[in-house]
Design a protein around this ligand. Structure first.
Ligand SMILES: *[C@@H]1O[C@H](CO)[C@@H](O)[C@H](O)[C@H]1NC(C)=O
Ligand SMILES: *[C@@H]1O[C@H](CO)[C@@H](O)[C@H](O)[C@H]1NC(C)=O
Ligand SMILES: *[C@@H]1O[C@H](CO)[C@@H](O)[C@H](O)[C@H]1NC(C)=O
Ligand SMILES: *[C@@H]1O[C@H](CO)[C@@H](O)[C@H](O)[C@H]1NC(C)=O
Length: 466
């Protein structure tokens, strides 16, 4: 009972509604005015603006999370054809409850475990290592030094770097036969799982401090990833490792190898799952939304106390709910920012795993990471943080930010992409393919419905990808 309640709370508090029933008016302009490729997604008569106000006249139960503590949300870009949608969070909550009642006890138990506990439960060894980055963040890495069954003497290091809103847990959520972390351990690798700044620890800053969240994936590449790679190599006494990145984990690999080319020598081969560098072919409504309202959203997020992306951000929860208003399960999914940003595929989604996924996501990310991607959507380029003209002159000596020099990525790269990935579009992957210097293979996943997160939890990920 306690567990179910906990998960439900995570699920709801994720979108920080408290337990009130709110109704929001959401204005929906014609799709075509927004982005043509979106019309290919059914039921997505999507959103370019939210004008929200909470209907606080109907508090369902007393709660510590008083509505007045949340600053009013006022965020309107444009209001053409007004269509009003009311979301009844009470009914979502009831459907969520019904859903969790059907989930087995084992899964609910797994959903309470930390990464080392989860790994140990499956019978694998798990170590926790701490590193400190040059910019002062204290990061926790997880290591599965060997598999359950393997007796390999020489175990090559493989380094797994996760995406935004994600963490080391993502490689370990399915059962051992299906989750990449375990599969690699059993195949004889020394598996190191990265965690970025989301470890939420710093030598001098507190996560409550806005400055803590002043980083983008550029910083994750230059500081976090380099530090973790060096640590893993030195600990395992090896010269080189295999790098597997998912989503933002691929972005940081390109930034790192182009900005600090000596890392090319430390990487034997790089496997990019759902590569993200250019962002012109993006179907994620929320990223589009952020890109369109970049300045405004930045200030809204700041106003509601967020340099960290989401923990108290109603915007995405609401957007997600509208996107997914047909099925109960999809509604639950879409209250989670990870799914709201990345989408999911019905065919590949194992809903049984939801409680475990919800336990570990969203892992903290900085608003700046999303805004940096949004800049890429708007500029069509893969380049450094845009400070605005005068800021750019000050930082870079030029009024536009410099592009990342992909031709400096000389380590062998393997790209894995799919047709219906919301965040890693075919066109963008093709451009990346052309610009990287040493692509050894580009693999289109043989399932047209395969989406961004299926690389991690997809029912057929082992057959189709690994
Ligand atoms: C939603 O829109 C309707 C019609 O425009 C209006 O009567 C109602 O007060 C609005 N509700 C909220 C919560 O803004
Ligand atoms: C879904 O996940 C559960 C728990 O790991 C597993 O037992 C089940 O076989 C999975 N279902 C499919 C279709 O892969
Ligand atoms: C932060 O890291 C320090 C040093 O490793 C550790 O002593 C402390 O417990 C950590 N704090 C949290 C909140 O994890
Ligand atoms: C964030 O960091 C950048 C340098 O990366 C600096 O120019 C900027 O002033 C910082 N902003 C805040 C709010 O600390």
């Amino acid at each position: 009972m306690k567990i179910a309640t906990f998960i439900l709370l995570v699920c709801l508090i994720n979108s920080s509604y408290g337990i009130y029933t709110f109704s929001f008016n959401i204005t929906i302009p014609p799709l075509s005015s927004w982005i043509p490729s979106l019309s290919s997604i059914p039921y997505l008569n999507s959103i370019s603006s939210i004008s929200g106000s909470s209907d606080s006249s109907a508090p369902a139960e007393p709660s510590e999370r008083s509505e007045s503590a949340i600053p009013p949300l006022s965020f309107v870009i444009s209001n053409p054809d007004l269509t009003s949608v009311t979301i009844d969070l009470r009914s979502i909550q009831m459907r969520a409850e019904a859903f969790y009642k059907k989930i087995s006890q084992t899964i609910l138990e797994d959903a309470t475990l930390s990464v080392p506990e989860l790994v140990a439960k499956h019978g694998y060894p798990c170590e926790t290592h701490t590193v400190v980055t040059p910019d002062g963040y204290i990061l926790t890495m997880h290591r599965i030094p060997r598999g359950k069954t393997s007796h390999f003497k020489k175990r090559p290091v493989v380094f797994l770097q996760h995406g935004v809103l994600a963490s080391s847990a993502d490689w370990l959520i399915s059962e051992p036969e299906k989750a990449l972390g375990y599969i690699l351990a059993d195949a004889g690798y020394d598996v190191w799982l990265a965690n970025n700044k989301y470890s939420k620890n710093h030598t001098s800053l507190s996560p409550d401090d806005g400055k803590f969240w002043n980083f983008s994936w550029h910083d994750i590449a230059l500081y976090d990833t380099t530090t973790m790679i060096d640590y893993a190599l030195s600990y395992a006494r090896q010269e080189k490792l295999f790098y597997i990145g998912h989503s933002q984990g691929t972005t940081v690999s390109y930034v790192m190898c182009s900005e600090i080319p000596e890392y090319n020598r430390k990487i034997k081969a790089m496997f990019s799952l759902a590569p993200v560098a250019y962002m012109t072919d993006i179907n994620s409504p929320i990223l589009q939304f952020i890109a369109r309202g970049q300045g405004q959203l930045g200030s809204v997020l700041k106003a509601i106390g967020a340099h960290e992306f989401l923990p108290h951000n109603r915007v995405l929860g609401i957007v997600g709910n509208v996107l997914c208003r047909d099925e109960s399960i999809t509604q639950i999914l879409c209250t989670n920012s990870l799914f709201a940003v990345a989408g999911y595929s019905d065919k590949q989604m194992n809903t049984t795993l939801l409680p475990i996924i919800m336990r570990h996501t969203p892992a903290g990310s900085a608003t700046k990471q999303f805004l940096h991607y949004a800049q890429g959507i708007n500029s069509g380029e893969f380049r450094k943080w845009d400070y605005g003209s005068s800021g750019n002159v000050e930082h870079y000596g030029n009024d536009t930010p410099p592009k990342y020099q992909l031709e400096k990525v000389t380590t062998p790269v393997y790209l894995f992409y799919s047709k219906s990935d919301w965040l890693s579009g075919e066109k963008d992957v093709a451009r990346l393919y052309m610009e990287l210097k040493n692509v050894k293979g580009a693999f289109l996943i043989a399932d047209d419905t395969f989406n961004h997160l299926d690389y991690l939890f997809g029912i057929q990920a082992p057959e189709l990808v690994y």
